[in-house]
Every structure is written in structure tokens, then in C-alpha cells.
Write a protein that binds this ligand. Sequence first.
Ligand code: CO
Length: 153
Amino acid sequence: MKNQFLSSASAVLILSLLTSNAMANECSVTVESNDAMQFNLKSMVVPKTCSKFSITLTHTGKMPKSAMGHNLVVSKTSDMAAISKDGIGAGVANDYLKPQDSRVLAHTKLIGGGESTTIELVVAQLKAGESYSYFCSFPGHVSLMKGSVNLGS
Ligand code: CO
């Protein structure tokens, strides 16, 4: 009887530790990028209860940003191709994004191997029923480096 009580008390403790850990991470995500032109995530969920959602981009590779630079840009999925195309002309000095592009909801700077950067997405910009994506605007990367941004409950 005593053992049974202790084991269920332990189970509750472990469960509450896991839950509080998950809650603490709810308004943030980390996305890894690498020298093989990949993100390690295909989608992210942004809870609508978060006012700001923190996105950290890391680059686990060794190549410089001039050769294998990555950024993370959030926009409507329907704007992704045009933002990427305009970004090529903006050049590396502008992190391959047209300055003041109003279609961009949030973006990190361009980083190279070994670097990381964090931004905050204002969640109120995301409307239910709209399709959003994140992608890298380095020339030629958007075809491989993209994923969906889903508004959660
Ligand atoms: Co890239």
C-alpha cells in the first residue's frame, strides 16, 4: 500500500515536471540549419496565447554566410516566392531581403556556420485560416529550406 502511494506520487511529480518544461518552451522554437542547405524542422506551431513567439536560428555548419548563408523569414505562403525573388536583387548586404519589405512578418539576419540569432514574431499578425511559411531567402535556398507556420490554439 505504501509503495503504491509512493510510486503514484513519483509519477505525478515527473508528469508535472514534464508539463512545466513543455509550457516554458511553448512561446519559442529553435530551428537548426546546416551546410547541406537544410532546416531540421518541416513545420512549427505558434500558440495564439503567446503575444510574441521567439524563433532562434542556428547554423551548425562551417561554411561562411557568403557561400552557405541562412536566414529565417516568416510570411504568408503566397508571398514566399516574390519575397525570395526580390531578395536576390537586394544582395548579401541586405541579408537577401528587399529593405522594408512589408510582406515580411519577421526575419532573422543572415548567418554563417557556427552562428545563431533570435527574433520575435508578433503573433497577432497571424490570422486564422491564412497559410504562413518560414523560409531562407539566400539565392536558391527556398526550394529546400522552407516549412509551414501553423497558428495553434
Ligand atoms: Co539558406
